[in-house]
Design a protein around this ligand. Structure first.
Ligand SMILES: [Zn+2]
Length: 249
């Protein structure tokens, strides 16, 4: 029952986060104005805005213009619902629940934004660094490994930025590295990066094998870094222990 309630709350929150991401991209205020269809701009009824249910009830099509609604709506609702359920076993205090909520919120908005635009916007990532960093220091502390993690996470991408003169990574990646470090701290930030690169290579090879992409096309990098950072945050110790048994250290 608790899980069902959490899932519904998460799906509703995910629906809101998706709207935030879309409206930030469009440069609109995200707290004012009714929701409209992205294609025909007609105002939507409240019963067309029920997370997950409305999408399924409308068969993924707008009531008015019958154009397809992006599956991104359904996926961000289902995904955030699942993350809320996952959080039930991960948070132990009011402060850690607040931190979990902040991490899920910023990560979902950044993920959706990057997937759509290949851009990691400052107006999301910088507040994310401040809010997540501060909550993390209060909830998990101590602050020094977190500051060191943020510094090293940023430097990791800054070095690539300088070596490649901005061709491999952009400024957004540097700030995303800082965010990862502020969440994971030192030394876990390197595990997060490791998971992202290994995971990214596997996904790229699978896509190439399935002829869905070529070596030249690029993947939205934040969509790899964010899940990797999240996994390292929740299961870093376990993943590290498992890795050590594999390599036999
Ligand atoms: Zn429409």
């Amino acid at each position: 029952m608790l899980y069902a309630i959490l899932f519904v709350l998460g799906a509703a929150w995910g629906s809101f986060l998706n709207v935030v991401a879309c409206r930030l991209q469009a440069g609109q205020q995200f707290l004012e104005g009714r929701s409209v269809c992205a294609r025909c701009r007609r105002k939507l009824h409240w019963h067309d805005l029920v997370p997950v249910v409305s999408f399924l009830a409308l068969w993924g099509k707008c009531r008015f213009c019958k154009k397809r609604i992006s599956a991104q709506y359904l996926l961000s609702e289902l995904g955030t619902g699942a993350l809320f359920v996952l959080g039930a076993g991960m948070v132990f205090s009011p402060l850690s629940s607040l931190l979990y909520l902040a991490v899920v919120s910023f990560f979902v908005v950044l993920f959706v934004y990057d997937l759509r635009t290949y851009v990691i916007p400052d107006k999301i990532v910088i507040p994310g660094i401040i809010v997540i960093g501060a909550l993390n220091a209060l909830a998990a502390g101590p602050a020094v490994p977190l500051l060191l993690g943020a510094l090293l996470g940023g430097l990791w991408f800054l070095a690539q930025f300088l070596v490649s003169r901005g061709r491999w990574v952009g400024g957004g990646d540097i700030r995303l590295g800082v965010l990862m470090g502020a969440l994971l701290g030192y030394p876990m930030v390197f595990l997060g990066l490791g998971i992202a690169y290994v995971g990214g290579s596997i996904i790229a090879l699978v896509l190439i094998a399935a002829r869905l992409t070529t070596f030249k096309s690029r993947l939205p990098f934040a969509t790899l870094l964010l899940p990797a950072a999240f996994a390292a945050w929740l299961w870093g110790e376990a993943i590290w222990a498992w890795y050590r048994t594999i390599i036999g250290v």
